[in-house]
Design a protein around this ligand. Structure first.
Ligand SMILES: Nc1nc2c(c(CN[C@H]3C=C[C@H](O)[C@@H]3O)cn2[C@@H]2O[C@H](COP(=O)(O)O)[C@@H](O)[C@H]2O)c(=O)[nH]1
Length: 365
């Protein structure tokens, strides 16, 4: 069996076992990228088009340069926290515990939305708006002590925090509350009630912090069984949590990571949509039909895994293509991903969603 077919868990065990007999430090890895390559190599319903991927790389680089897109762009978003202190660490941890599954089957006018600062926010931004609004109302929604207090943080209070301006409630509202309760309990038991202690434990390693989130907090452990591998790790919310810290703190303080470039694209439902619109991702006819018909695809279904794994691998190929032509570009998978997400939202606003995003309901993304 060649190296790239061996189960990464077995490889990791052997690395750890034999590394223990040497003095060299164990280098933390998330194994997300190798899992994505395995999915890509074994996908039969999703394929990558190399010509379109090369063209996308050129367009992305040119647009990022033109817009001076950098990690500082994160803080420029109207709703993202600007202050670089522990309150923003707590905000990001809360946000990325809940950063999943906003899509709705309702029309644009009927879907869950939040009115805040004179605007109507939907999707991811409805989450950020709800958190900001709660803090303005002196509801300590980013405090793990609050999450664990079932009297103060009751189901009724939680629904109040996420109250919207339409008849639809935020999707998976009770699963979201369960994520906070679980995380609050773990922070209480293992990290003296503060996420900052998780960041300290990772010792400026992004991969270590991702692995800590996946290993200690079950709701971050986003991994699947695919073909011969029983543990393909996507770790979308664990990775975006680290990426949001890095961007929000501009690579300093709570956002200082020596190995930040080990973070991959975040396998959500928006980036695959844009990659398909750019011709980079190709679906077999049955999958294409299911996506265009907006049919729900079950979490863990092979189509969903292929979409997620091939998207991660596609962004890796885009990253490599950009750096091949521009070796000094200050670009990594995070910035490409953030840029693609923002671009997809601009296209959505302009009514340019040629291909719908896939519909999977889960807490993973
Ligand atoms: N891959 C990727 N997925 C992302 C984001 C973000 C927002 N990130 C902010 C931080 C930096 C960026 O500049 C953004 O301002 C949300 N999502 C995911 O999308 C879905 C929500 O979609 P919709 O319902 O349309 O809002 C849901 O799965 C959510 O988890 C991202 O950046 N990358």
């Amino acid at each position: 069996m060649s190296d790239d077919e061996a189960d990464p868990e077995l490889l990791e065990f052997l690395r750890q076992r034999f590394k223990k007999t040497t003095l060299e430090p164990v280098i933390p890895e998330t194994h997300v990228l190798e899992g994505a390559e395995y999915v890509y190599s074994n996908s039969i319903d999703v394929a990558l088009d190399s010509q379109s991927t090369k063209a996308a790389a050129a367009m992305i680089y040119e647009q990022m340069q033109k817009k001076q897109y950098s990690r500082k762009t994160w803080s420029s978003h109207e709703l993202h926290p600007k202050v670089k202190d522990e309150s923003t660490v707590d905000f990001i941890f809360t946000m990325d515990l809940l950063n999943f599954s906003f899509w709705s089957e309702k029309s644009e006018d009927e879907r869950f939305a939040i009115e805040y600062k004179g605007k109507k926010w939907t999707g991811y931004w409805s989450l950020v708006a709800a958190l900001q609004r709660a803090l303005e109302e002196d509801i300590p929604i980013t405090s793990s002590d609050f999450w664990q207090n079932e009297l103060e943080c009751s189901e009724e209070m939680f629904r109040y925090v996420f109250r919207g301006c339409t008849d639809e409630e935020m999707p998976m509202i009770l699963e979201r509350l369960a994520c906070l309760r679980e995380a609050g309990q773990i922070l209480y038991e293992k990290y003296e009630c503060s996420f900052t202690n998780c960041i300290k434990a990772a010792k400026h390693s992004a991969a270590s912090l991702v692995n800590l989130l996946a290993e200690k907090f079950p709701c971050f452990n986003d991994c699947v069984k695919f073909e011969n591998r029983k543990n393909v790790r996507f770790l979308k919310r664990a990775q975006i949590c680290v990426a949001d810290l890095w961007a929000a703190f501009d690579g300093q303080d709570w956002g200082e990571f020596d190995d930040i470039d080990k973070i991959t694209m975040f396998a959500d439902y928006r980036i695959p949509q844009l990659l398909a619109s750019l011709g980079c991702l190709w679906y077999n006819p049955q999958l294409d039909h299911a996506v265009r018909q907006e049919r729900e695809i079950a979490s863990g279904n092979t189509w969903e895994i292929q979409l997620r794994g091939c998207s991660i691998w596609c962004v890796e190929l885009i990253r490599r293509e950009i750096l091949k032509h521009h070796p000094d570009a200050k670009i990594n998978a995070i910035l490409i991903d953030f840029f693609l997400y923002d671009t997809m939202k601009e296209r959505e606003l302009a009514g340019q969603e040629q291909i719908p995003h896939h519909r999977t309901r889960s807490i993973w993304y």
